[in-house]
Ligand binder design. Structure first.
Ligand SMILES: Nc1ncnc2c1ncn2[C@@H]1O[C@H](COP(=O)(O)OP(=O)(O)OP(=O)(O)O)[C@@H](O)[C@H]1O
Ligand SMILES: [Mg+2]
Length: 187
């Protein structure tokens, strides 16, 4: 799959997990997509799991975007406090798409917290409050996944890494060792 195919899939509005080897142009594709959305006047949450990765996209950390900060568990009280922050709940409610780059640095538990905040702010039970989510990253660096082959990769392992909020069907669009960018549709 090349970059333009990946971009086409993103433009279809499906939620996607974009992966591929280091330097394959994942972040570049995200930037193109962000530009596309903004040109259409759409609001997009541009985030990454680390400050450095966020700067590459001119975005903010997912911790700041969701207001979750460094929480590693979320009580009802935390949730209410976070939602009261005007900036946070407004941007969550208005965003059409949420992008998280370098997702491999984010833990399954943290992802669940982010997802719960988003769902709560948007007042719906749909995963991520029904918005398009684009996860991007390289899981090959994780010891957990080092021995996993491409064609075994799908169900078990990604779900294990990403946590219970994503315990849903994944469809891998292309699954050949030769591809540089791999796009996985979610939900
Ligand atoms: N189509 C392209 N045209 C011009 N430059 C590109 C293109 N695709 C990628 N690049 C450049 O190649 C370099 C690596 O791309 P990028 O940072 O997007 O890769 P990545 O897959 O996100 O890597 P990492 O896994 O390290 O995050 C960057 O400098 C980027 O600007
Ligand atoms: Mg990158």
């Amino acid at each position: 799959m090349d970059q333009s195919e990946a971009l086409q899939i993103l433009k279809s509005g499906r939620s996607v997990f974009l992966t591929g080897q280091a330097g394959s142009g994942k972040t570049y594709v995200l930037k193109e997509y962000i530009k596309f959305l903004r040109d259409k006047g759409k609001l997009v949450g541009v985030t990454a799991s680390t400050g450095v990765a966020a700067t590459h996209l001119d975005g903010m950390t997912i911790h700041a975007w969701t207001g979750m900060g460094i929480l590693d568990n979320l009580t009802k009280k935390d949730l209410k406090k976070i939602i009261k922050k005007k900036g946070v709940s407004l941007r969550i409610r208005n965003a059409q798409t949420l992008i998280i780059d370098e997702i491999s640095m984010f833990s399954a538990g943290q992802l669940d917290i982010a997802e719960e905040i988003i769902r709560y702010a948007r007042g719906t039970w749909e995963p991520f409050g029904g918005m398009q989510v684009v996860f991007c990253g390289d899981f090959f660096q994780l010891p957990l996944l080092i021995d996993v082959e491409w064609n075994q990769w799908e169900s078990l392992h990604i779900i294990r890494v990403l946590g219970k909020s994503l315990n849903q069907k994944f469809v891998i669009l292309q699954n050949s060792i030769a591809i540089r960018i791999k796009t996985i549709l979610m939900f």
